[in-house]
Design a protein around this ligand. Sequence first.
Ligand SMILES: NC(=O)c1ccc[n+]([C@@H]2O[C@H](COP(=O)([O-])OP(=O)(O)OC[C@H]3O[C@@H](n4cnc5c(N)ncnc54)[C@H](OP(=O)(O)O)[C@@H]3O)[C@@H](O)[C@H]2O)c1
Length: 212
Amino acid sequence: MKVAIAGGHGKIALLLTQLLAGRGDEVRGLIRRAEHEQDVRAAGGEPVLCDIEREPVQAVATAAAGCDAVVFAAGAGPGSGAERKWTVDYAGAVKLMAVGVERYVMISSVGADPDAEGEDVFAAYLRAKGRADAELQASGLAYTIVRPGPLTDEPATGLVSLAERLDRREITRADTAAIVAGALADPRLAGATFVATGGKTPVGDALAALLA
Ligand SMILES: NC(=O)c1ccc[n+]([C@@H]2O[C@H](COP(=O)([O-])OP(=O)(O)OC[C@H]3O[C@@H](n4cnc5c(N)ncnc54)[C@H](OP(=O)(O)O)[C@@H]3O)[C@@H](O)[C@H]2O)c1
């Protein structure tokens, strides 16, 4: 399949690009800096310059044209303020809902909640993520929302826990990428929203259990 990844130079995005390219999928990595093109190519993807905050929806649609699925893997990042949580994590994700691609996999966050309480930047982040998730759930698109716990850069374990509600617990970015890759391969996961943490169940089995 052809997959467009918004935030194509992110850590999960590059791991996901490797997994997808390795199984024969075509990946378009939407990035905002030309100096990141080579990393996307090295992972097996095709870089496309597309700043999801600045570009109008038509330009993002052009960048994703012809794709079977989109993945939202962008993020304003830990150093950013509340304003960019709204322009990237919320508005960027919403823009990607309007590009005309039916299948949408969202990398959200454990605790994402439109009503998350608090005045700090993390609370703003959880509200931005929660509102984007709510709009995706109401969009009519074939969505899957993955809500990972705190991310680590440890190697893949292949073992996870997936459920509608789980205690906050770490997960590797590599395992998160494998969950997203698995979700993309299974259209029956359309309509699913779940938390993802490290655990004891192989990724494929954990995804299959969500269908039961
Ligand atoms: N950190 C955690 O513990 C945690 C937990 C749960 C969920 N998450 C979520 O998981 C997702 C992926 O995490 P990650 O660690 O892989 O992220 P990451 O490495 O920080 O990557 C985010 C990517 O988004 C890109 N980006 C930012 N603004 C953009 C724009 N306007 N247009 C295009 N790309 C843009 C960044 O590019 P630049 O380099 O150009 O800025 C960066 O490559 C994020 O949505 C994050 O919120 C994180």
